[in-house]
Ligand binder design. Structure first.
Ligand code: M6R
Length: 610
């Protein structure tokens, strides 16, 4: 969604520059508008506008602002179109308070009517603006900034991470959090607040990940946190964590875009996933939980849903234990069947996706136990789950998920291999073989990238001209086809649909005409390679131009117009071998079209609204 940053500082010269840098690090969370507010010598300055951050910097010169305390915001519009007026920070009628907000205020309509009746004048169409007018209203009544801030927060329904500054208390940044992420970075001489770790790493590795309903303020030397409901102060010393990511990991490191950097980081990401699994105390406990489960559900959104679907197909096939996959936002269609003894595996790279969080909460209410699979330690979904497994793929900044998908599917495959051995579905020698293949997955992705780079680059020229594409596969290849279609759709803006190859003749084939691009994902399963032959023929007979991502020595090679062959040690490793070519194809097609793959239109990296 949006990214917010706050600095409670002592070096007046640096403030604008550091706020701008922080916003650059958070830009992947939203980039349709941005703004900052700073306090300097008892005065509040607000500068904001619609557009990309670097264009705004040219126009508004954020970096030239100086002061002691400041907040900033980079926006992904929910209420109110992207515009100068709707950009954050928002200020009250008199210009005493400035607020940035990430989330959605569900009761903003009723609050806004109430405030308008009391004489407040609104400048924007956003839900967020009610927050600053509420603070103004309660300050008039209470005469105390912090008490007014807390009362305003108590009136809000919905999701929020909020920062507020005011010249009435020049050396403080006030904060509150519920359902949207917020972190405090700790240094002796100053404090920084941000939506996410990359914006903190320029300053410190020592952080507090704030919990829901925590409210408080920071000064350059002090942090005060209390529980909103009880008013009791929180002893935050037990919540301080050291972040292991380096700033290099969170920056582009010589690559033109985060997406391509993260694609090529995949071997390293998988090594870290494996290392993490080996030392995980939770991992064997999860295997045991799955063995004992009455029924297993698995969920996620977007790419993480594709990982969920992969898990379900692989579980049904390898272990014989039925697993039910569902798209997180569709939890209502499944939750009524949930009982004690059921397990939900909730997959989310960010650990903050609201649709997934909602599914977790609803399943827990019905008695399910929840296993989180996430890349971000102590994010909301792991915190609300009974047990968590971490992919440890490092920060993923590109809006399109890449390395985290491979890390998720590797972790899930490993889980299944252990489960299959535990239940006797595979022998110990099969188990040994499979573990060996999983251990070799970093090399597998390396080879897959090497082999696909040239063809993906060349074909991107052809695909850049296309309006529509199909991605077809069967069985374990289907979630990979869906992932390929999602990638090219979201960053290259090509309408791409993934279908079970067998289903394509029941309607979708009507669209196929001369040179229509069809990508086949053909995993290593003998029956599958055989039955896909007919589907390739059907498409070719209608003039389609086919590309196949196939295994070495696949029998379908001679039927295809273009081929990328990859090594295939076992069908379980299909995401590792077959996804990288699809990522490269999408990346290069976006580049050919002159698009920025890190900032696709209308999207945000983390979707913290329903
Ligand atoms: O952080 P999550 O894994 O929960 O995010 C889920 C989706 O929003 C995410 O995968 C999205 O679809 C990506 N843009 C896909 O590349």
């Amino acid at each position: 969604m949006c990214g917010i940053i706050g600095l409670c500082f002592n070096k007046t010269e640096e403030l604008g520059k550091l706020l701008y840098k922080g916003l650059q690090r958070l830009e992947y969370r939203g980039y349709d508008s941005a703004g900052i507010a700073v306090l300097n010598s008892g005065r509040l300055f607000v500068v904001k506008g619609k557009g990309m951050l670097r264009d705004l910097e040219e126009r508004l010169k954020f970096t030239e602002y100086t002061g002691s305390t400041g907040i900033g915001h980079t926006r992904w519009a929910t209420h109110g179109a992207p515009s100068d007026i709707n950009a954050h920070p928002h200020v009250d009628c008199k210009g005493f308070f400035a607020v940035v907000h990430n989330g959605i205020i569900e009761n903003f309509d009723e609050l806004k009517k109430w405030l308008i009746n009391r004489g407040h004048i609104f400048a924007s169409e956003t839900d967020s603006e009610v927050i600053v007018h509420l603070i103004e209203e309660y300050y008039r009544e209470l005469g105390d900034v912090y008490e007014a801030f807390k009362r305003a927060i108590r009136s809000l329904k919905g999701a929020f991470a909020i920062l507020m500054i005011t010249p009435l208390e020049e050396n403080k940044v006030f904060f509150a959090k519920k359902d949207s992420p917020l972190i405090i970075g700790l240094r002796e001489d100053y404090k920084v607040l941000a939506s996410d770790i990359p914006a903190i790493l320029d300053h410190t590795c020592s952080v507090i990940v704030l919990r829901d309903y925590w409210v408080g303020y920071v000064t350059p030397s002090r942090v005060h946190i209390e529980d909103l409901a009880s008013g009791k102060p929180i002893d935050y010393s037990t919540y301080i964590r050291l972040i292991e990511w380096s700033i290099e990991e969170a920056s582009k490191g010589g690559y033109p875009h985060f997406m391509i950097k993260e694609i090529y980081e995949q071997p390293l990401a998988l090594i870290n996933t494996i290392t993490g699994l080996r030392s995980s105390r939770e991992f064997p406990l999860v295997v045991k939980m799955l063995v004992d489960a009455r029924r297993v559900y698995v969920t996620g959104a977007g790419t993480s849903y594709h990982a969920a679907e992969f898990y379900a197909i692989a579980s049904n096939t390898l272990t014989g234990l039925l697993t039910i996959p569902f798209i997180a936002s569709e939890y209502e269609a499944y939750v009524n069947a949930v009982r004690d003894g059921d397990i939900l595996i909730a997959i989310s790279q960010s650990g903050e996706t609201m649709d997934v969080l909602k599914a977790v909460r609803m399943f827990k209410e019905r008695g399910a136990r929840v296993v989180a699979v996430s890349n971000v330690v102590e994010s909301a979904i792991p915190r609300e789950s009974h047990i968590s497994l971490y992919t440890r793929a490092g920060p993923e900044i590109g809006v399109a998920a890449t390395k985290t998908f491979l890390a998720q599917t590797l972790l899930l495959s490993w889980l299944l291999v252990e489960l299959a051995e535990y239940t006797g579905a595979i022998s110990s020698s099969e188990h040994r073989e499979l573990v060996k293949s999983l251990e070799e997955s970093p090399r597998l992705v390396e080879v897959s990238l090497e082999r696909s780079e040239k063809t993906a680059y060349e074909l991107s020229e052809v695909y850049a001209e296309k309006k529509s594409m199909y991605y077809l596969s069967r069985h374990i290849g289907l979630p990979i086809a869906k992932e390929g279609a999602l990638k090219i759709k979201e960053i290259a803006y090509i309408h791409a649909e993934a279908y079970p190859a067998g289903e394509s003749k029941h309607g979708p084939i009507a669209l196929v005409e001369s040179a229509f691009p069809v990508v086949f994902i053909v995993p290593k399963l003998v029956w599958l390679e055989h039955s896909t032959k007919g589907n390739i023929e059907e498409m070719k007979a209608r003039g389609a131009k086919t590309l196949g991502i196939v295994c070495d020595e696949s029998p379908v090679v001679s039927l295809l117009d273009h081929v990328i062959t990859v090594p295939c040690p076992h069908w379980l490793l299909t995401p590792i071998s077959h996804t990288p070519p699809l990522q490269l194809l999408a990346y290069y097609t976006a580049i050919r079209k002159g698009l920025d793959p890190d900032r696709p239109r209308n999207l945000a990296k983390t979707v913290t609204v329903e």
